[in-house]
Design a binder for this molecule. Structure first.
Ligand SMILES: Cc1cc2nc3c(=O)[nH]c(=O)nc-3n(C[C@H](O)[C@H](O)[C@H](O)COP(=O)(O)OP(=O)(O)OC[C@H]3O[C@@H](n4cnc5c(N)ncnc54)[C@H](O)[C@@H]3O)c2cc1C
Length: 216
């Protein structure tokens, strides 16, 4: 799995001698104006807020994940501007690894779509092409570093499948919309796989919200 849970907001107080979970905290904050703020039952409340698009309550809890992917996919992830990120710096550190991908056929009708029906021989050709490019670019990259060329310049010799690592932190609200958009078939498969992994983590941490969204 290339996605790992790093952190989630946890409340530091108890209600009726019970420690709140992150969803309990969302509900507690949502009930700020209610005389029943200490109500520990929040299933209907969260479902109501989702139904009526009262999204801001889901901004009270954050989740951070670690994602390992390629430099082809990370710019798509970084476009989700409501999140905050830290990404591996190719200016500061030497690149160590490359991702290997299985190709798909270009869809004739939709320019941003691909189909998984390529011949095995074309898949094998693509695999060999990746190996060749990786070997050459890695060799030239290492040669450039040995010549004292700065990492920020040497990296120009690297392909888009160069591996990268990111930390991505956002509110439950942002994660809901990220998962909706990036598990959709319109998203590139390599990014969709990441979003599906994020979704599994999200469902385990936020089962009531996930159920109200029809995910669990
Ligand atoms: C299939 C696909 C193709 C793309 N093609 C291009 C392209 O060709 N060129 C390009 O520059 N970019 C492209 N993008 C990127 C896209 O335009 C956005 O920049 C990217 O998806 C980030 O989304 P966002 O701005 O909503 O950021 P986010 O951080 O995901 O969302 C911003 C805020 O909006 C809220 N929000 C989002 N959706 C909802 C909702 N439904 N209801 C309520 N609140 C919501 C979030 O909670 C968050 O607070 C593409 C994206 C996709 C999925």
């Amino acid at each position: 799995m290339n996605v790992r849970l790093i952190a989630v907001t946890n409340p530091l107080f108890e209600i009726q001698n019970e420690k709140l979970d992150p969803e309990g905290l969302i509900a507690y904050c949502a009930r700020v104006s209610s005389p029943h703020q200490e109500n520990l039952d929040y299933e209907k409340l969260l479902a109501y807020c989702i139904k009526h698009r009262h999204w801001s309550i889901f901004e009270m809890v954050d989740m951070t994940v670690e994602i390992i992917t390629s430099r082809a996919i990370s710019p798509q992830i970084l476009r989700h501007r409501s999140f905050v990120f830290q990404e591996f710096s190719q200016r500061y550190a030497k690149v160590q690894r490359f991702e290997t991908y299985t190709p798909r056929r270009q869809d004739d009708k939709n320019r941003q779509h691909s189909l998984d029906d390529l011949d095995e021989s074309d898949k094998a050709w693509f695999g060999e092409a990746q190996d060749e490019i990786r070997a050459l670019s890695e060799q030239k990259y290492n040669e450039a570093l040995e010549k004292g060329i700065a990492k920020e310049c040497a990296r120009m010799l690297l392909p888009l499948n160069t591996q990268t690592k990111l930390y991505m932190k956002g509110s439950v609200r942002s994660w809901i919309h990220y998962i909706e958009v990036r598990t959709d078939m319109s998203t590139q498969k390599e990014h969709r796989d990441i979003a599906e992994d994020v979704k599994k983590i999200f469902i385990s941490l936020f089962p009531v919200t996930s159920s109200a969204l029809g995910w669990a």
